[in-house]
Design a protein around this ligand. Structure first.
Ligand code: TA6
Length: 301
């Protein structure tokens, strides 16, 4: 749908305005009394979220691609219907196809509390079916207010049971990776990278001095990112998620990532509400069933 038509059908003055953004991708700019945000229809990908008077909560790579069929680096990539590599076919796109496809707008609404709702929809397509042969409806609801709520609901609209993994692969904007700590993972068990041994986090705080890529399993609690440099605490609350992924590539791996500047790793950390450990935390949906994963992200007073 053209930008003009989207504005006619769904626009709400300055509060919700569609435009052609970077790389010609269609985006919606939200500006209400509580926050501003930008969401690309490509991938249902939120690029920025600024509660009033604050620096962006989300990090965006200055070298990110903005191209049809390519993933955006930063913001919140939506990983679905699998997280990471496909379990049996490595030629299929990493983190699934949802972040590579343009989603449709189903609703934009000014809420009474001053926040703005944006609902986007993805169903099976000619692109998705060869990769994953199931009928589905995925809805991504964003509520842009004092906090950012992101809700991914997947419904099995076909006749056969399917399983999937998912993640809201959130890149948080931080002052410096050496000046943050994450709380909420004490005593949680995790897998590091591709290692198969389960470890337990003994420390109260997770701090970063090297590459970190952990999947905390059986973890459905909240996390808090305390940033000494920006003097703020970001709370990441979630529902419908049993895995928390924490990722920072560190210096050496960052150099191998082409859509990120070499020291880009210093200014973000990913803390990701997910269901993402093959064999343990897949979501299984019979015909007609739905599952919802939500993340609520905001600053602690
Ligand atoms: O969430 C961590 C992770 O799965 C890492 O292993 C790392 O590869 C990262 O996601 C980024 O993946 P991407 O495909 O966006 O480069």
């Amino acid at each position: 749908m053209k930008v003009e038509t989207l504005n006619e059908k769904f626009g709400i003055g300055k509060q919700a305005h569609f435009c052609s953004g970077k790389g010609g991708l269609t985006m919606i700019n939200i500006s209400n009394n509580l926050a501003t945000a930008t969401i690309a229809l490509h991938g249902a990908h939120i690029l920025s979220f600024l509660p009033n008077g604050q620096k962006d909560i989300l990090w965006m790579s200055e070298l990110s691609l903005f191209e049809t069929g390519k993933a955006i680096r930063g913001g919140i990539p939506v990983c679905f219907p699998w997280f990471g590599h496909h379990s049996t076919d490595k030629t299929k796109p990493q983190h699934g196809f949802a972040r590579l496809q343009e989603w449709k707008v189903s609703q934009v609404k000014a809420n009474e509390d001053g926040s703005t709702l944006v609902s986007l929809l993805l169903k099976e397509t000619e692109v998705s079916l060869p990769l994953w042969p199931f009928a589905f409806a995925a809805t991504l609801d964003f509520i842009i207010g004092k906090t950012l709520e992101v809700k991914l609901t997947v419904t099995n609209t076909g006749n056969t049971t399917f399983e999937y993994s998912d993640a809201l692969h959130t890149y948080f904007n931080i002052s410096d990776i050496s000046r943050i700590r994450i709380e909420g993972l004490h005593k949680a068990t995790y897998y590091e990278g591709f290692a198969m041994d389960l470890k337990t986090q003994e420390s109260t705080n997770l701090t970063f001095s090297t590459e970190t890529n952990r999947r905390y399993v059986n973890h459905s609690g909240d996390c808090t990112i305390t940033d000494q440099g920006y003097n703020r605490k970001i709370k990441v609350a979630k529902t419908g998620s049993w895995v928390t992924v924490v990722w920072n590539p560190g210096e050496a791996t960052a150099k191998t990532i082409s859509d990120m500047v070499p020291d880009g790793y210093k200014t973000f950390v990913c803390a990701e509400p997910a269901n993402a450990y093959t064999g343990i935390d897949m979501i299984v949906l019979a015909a007609g069933e739905s599952h919802t994963l939500t993340a609520t992200i905001g600053l602690m007073e």
